[in-house]
Design a protein around this ligand. Structure first.
Ligand code: ADP
Length: 815
């Protein structure tokens, strides 16, 4: 290389002629050429290249040698310039020498680009001023070493790979080995299991037998009716006693088809359900299924809860397990409750009842539409308890409050009638409230439930009925008759007050046949016998008999009873009356007496008249004798008597019929008195004395008053015949004239005085001794009463009688 460097034309380079080279350059080239270590030098600004012989092999054949000598580095190392330039610049910039080992730097040599590895050092060459001016490169190609190393690495890697694969294969082998082991274990296990399974199978089979036995015994022991049917015809395979009882059969049904045992199932829906279970394998449950069966010849209609479960063999349905519970009683009871509920609802509706519910806890009142109407609320009104409470009449508020409180404390129900005022129309109404307190779902007694009824109409009717009943009772108690009621057996059950008043016995004593003890013993048997006969025949009963009064006296009663019958003619009640007919019987008696008296009274003058007329007839042809005028006088007197008697009878009859008319006028009563007294004195031996006023005008019927005075005077003549003194007394008493006619005769018993002016009344003593009809005083009394006057008598037995009467004074006098 020394030769090449010397021969090289350095003038064409920036370095110029070697003679002009700097000593540093010369020294550096010298070191380079003398070194046996491959070296390279980049010199100068352009980094012109120098290298030694040791370096040449690295440049290869047909490569950079010798071309790159003297060339600037950039040109010489085009292919690796980007790798080496940074290293060169780093050194030139004053940094220390750098070192690279086995650096890959491609090189063009041997006619191609080769990848070469280099270990090198770039160190600075300083000029005489100490500035870096060139790079000394000590370098050694390590391509072979590197490649050899790489080959080792690759081999190692390959080995490692192989190792890894081996190890993996080993693992796999281990795994396979393990698997084989475990398969082996498994097989052993399976073998064991197979043995176990065989054992289990045998046990299962045993269990199946046991299960089937248990199944059968379960069916037989079950309190629930159970039945197993097999095959399409549903043959009875197993059946327990409960089921046999239910269908009313015995064990002989086993092995028979269902329709042979229970032909009545034909047509009933339950048979279809059975077939459905058999065909589809579905478990079917039926609740409260109505079925009828022929149980020992009787049709039994019941309700059953049924379960039909399919029985399978190898997955195929071959039978049905039936279980049945007879719930007929429960269903009927529930239906009854439902019926009662429906009936209650219907009753509430048809009775026009309103319902209400009051929640005391929330003070919430819920009412039905009917209640709303009863209380007088409109549909849109909001009802509160306070609203309703305000409707209750003040009079009943306490009663209502007490009833509610009692119900709350005792839980007893209440029924209460009270009046309210209609909420809107303010009309007075009567309601009947039924209420009770009930346990709510929380178990608290805070719910009031009830119904309400408008009873206004019935209360009104009741009131009217009560009133009419009271009136009836009042009437019954106040009529003069004794009224009674008897039941259909003839036992008396009710008496009016008059009974107690008359008999002095209370209702209890009189009830039944108790009253009959008061019958007169002579009549009792006959009357009761007749009554009992009528009770049997149901015919109207009538009888008369004496009944004992509390005064110990018997009075005659007319007893009548009318039966009240039903539509079938059966007697339900007897309504009876006892009428006191004592007076009527007396009147009848009086009439009988009167007829006898009247006949007798008339007979006497008629006989006398006839006798006189007969005698006159006998002597009518004979010459006149003094007997003739006497007989004529007798006949005339008898005729007068007869006329008088007939006149009295006619007057009585006229008075009865109200036919006596008065012709009133003013006249002096004294004048009429004197006139009558003259006739009286002529026909008797009496001496009359006038007392009091001598004249007084009255307003009356003169003829009738004359009749009255004559009647009194005739009685004096008749009853006080043994005396000869009588008194006429005229006085003024207020607006009346009082006329008294007094005799000194036998007088009259005090107790008989009240009867004196009655029709036909005659004192006993007079009846026998004196003729008369007992009509005179009666006629007098009637005439005076018609004048507006009064009539009376003051008499004492043995002390004479003073008959008196008054007449209104004449009007002019009054004026
Ligand atoms: P008669 O005289 O026809 O019986 P009266 O009616 O005139 O009927 O009298 C009724 C009865 O009153 C008489 O039967 C008699 O007993 C009684 N009586 C009437 N006047 C007298 C009298 N002056 N003195 C006593 N008794 C009298």
């Amino acid at each position: 290389m020394g030769t090449l460097i010397r021969k090289f034309n350095w003038l064409e380079t920036e370095l110029g002629h070697p003679l002009n080279w700097s000593p540093v350059l010369k020294t550096s080239v010298n070191i380079l050429l003398n070194s046996r270590f491959p070296m390279f030098l980049f010199w100068g600004e352009n980094l012109n290249c120098f290298y030694n012989d040791s370096y040449r092999p690295s440049l290869g054949i047909q490569g950079k040698h010798p071309g790159i000598l003297g060339l600037p580095a950039k040109e010489a190392w085009k292919e690796s310039w980007k790798d080496i330039n940074p290293l060169i610049q780093e050194v030139l910039n004053g940094h220390q020498a750098n070192w690279k080992e086995d650096q890959l730097i491609p090189i063009y040599r041997n006619g191609a680009m080769e990848l070469a590895y280099w270990t090198f050092s770039y160190s600075p060459v300083h000029d005489e001023y100490g500035q870096p001016c060139a790079i000394f490169v000590t370098c050694m190609e390590t391509t072979e070493k590197v490649l050899a190393g790489q080959a080792i690495v690759e081999k190692t890697l390959e080995m490692a790979q192989i190792n890894r694969k081996l190890s993996e294969s080993n693992e796999m082998f281990n795994l396979i080995n393990q698997e084989v082991k475990s398969k082996n274990q498994e097989l052993t296990q399976i073998n064991q299991e197979l043995l176990q399974t065989k054992e289990n199978l045998e046990k299962s089979l045993q269990a199946v037998f046991e299960t089937e036995a248990r199944f059968r015994s379960m069916i037989h022991d079950s309190p629930i009716a159970m039945l197993v049917n097999r095959g399409e015809d549903l043959v009875f395979e197993e059946i327990n006693d409960s089921m046999l009882r239910m269908i009313g059969k015995d064990i002989s049904v086993k092995g028979k088809k269902i329709l042979d045992v229970l032909p009545e199932l034909e047509g009933q829906p339950i048979l279809k359900t059975l077939y459905k279970t058999f065909q589809t394998g579905e478990t079917i449950q039926k609740l409260e299924e109505p079925i009828w069966i022929n149980r020992e010849g009787k049709k039994y209609q019941g309700y059953f809860n049924l379960t039909y479960s399919p029985l399978r063999e190898n997955g195929i349905v071959t039978g049905i397990l039936q279980s049945a519970v007879d719930v007929t009683e429960m269903v009927l009871a529930r239906k009854k409750i439902e019926q009662v509920e429906a009936f209650t609802r219907l009753s509430i509706q048809s009775a026009n009842l309103g319902t209400y519910q009051f929640d005391m806890e929330n003070a919430e009142l819920i009412v039905s539409d009917r209640t709303r109407i009863i209380l007088g609320f409109h549909a849109e009104d909001f009802i509160t308890f306070d609203n309703v409470w305000s409707q209750v009449s003040e009079k009943y508020k306490k009663e209502v409050r007490d009833a509610i409180s009692k119900t709350i404390s005792t839980r007893e129900r209440f029924i209460l009638d009270f009046s309210i005022q209609g909420f809107r129309d303010k009309k007075m109404k009567w309601v009947r409230a039924y209420g009770g307190i009930y346990q709510d779902q929380k178990g608290q007694f805070s719910q009031f439930y009830g119904v309400i009824q408008d009873i206004t109409e019935s209360i009104t009717i009741n009131q009217k009925f009560k009133e009419s009943q009271e009136n009836l009772q009042l009437m019954a108690d106040n009529v003069s008759q004794l009224i009674w009621m008897a039941d259909e057996t003839g036992h008396r059950i009710w008496f009016n007050k008059r009974w107690e008043e008359y008999t002095g016995a209370d209702v209890k004593t009189l009830s039944g046949y108790g009253y009959s003890k008061l019958y007169h013993p002579d009549y009792s048997e006959r009357v009761l016998e007749k009554w009992k006969m009528h009770v049997q025949t149901g015919e109207i009963w009538e009888d008369t008999y004496p009944l004992l009064g509390k005064d110990g006296e018997y009075k005659w009663f007319l007893s009548r009873a009318i039966p009240l019958k039903n539509a079938q003619g059966k007697v339900l009640r007897w309504f009876g009356t006892n009428t006191d007919i004592t007076r009527e019987r007396e009147i009848l008696q009086e009439k009988d007496d009167f007829i006898s008296i009247a006949s007798h009274e008339l007979k006497t003058p008629v006989t006398s008249l006839w006798a006189s007329l007969q005698l006159l007839d006998e002597i009518k042809e004979e010459p006149f004798t003094p007997l003739i005028p006497k007989l004529i006088s007798y006949a005339t007197q008898s005729g007068k008597k007869i006329t008088q008697l007939i006149e009295d009878l006619l007057d009585t009859s006229r008075l009865n019929e109200g036919q006596i008319l008065l012709k009133k006028s003013n006249f002096d009563i004294m004048r009429v008195l004197e006139q009558c007294c003259i006739d009286f004195q002529i026909s008797s031996d009496f001496f009359l004395t006038y007392k009091g006023l001598r004249s007084l005008e009255v307003y009356a019927d003169e003829t009738r008053i004359e009749q009255v005075i004559v009647n009194f005077l005739n009685n004096v003549k008749k009853y006080a015949a043994n005396t000869q003194q009588a008194y006429i007394h005229l006085e003024k008493e207020g607006k009346f004239a009082k006329i008294s006619i007094e005799d000194l005769g036998p007088g009259i018993d005090e107790e008989k005085v009240p009867n004196l002016f009655h029709k036909y009344y005659r004192t006993e003593s007079s009846g026998a001794r004196f003729s008369g009809l007992g009509l005179g005083l009666y006629i007098n009394a009637e005439i005076i009463k018609k004048h507006g006057g009064k009539i009376g008598v003051e008499s004492k037995k043995g002390k004479g009688s003073k008959f008196w009467f008054t007449l209104p004074l004449a009007e002019p006098i009054l004026n």
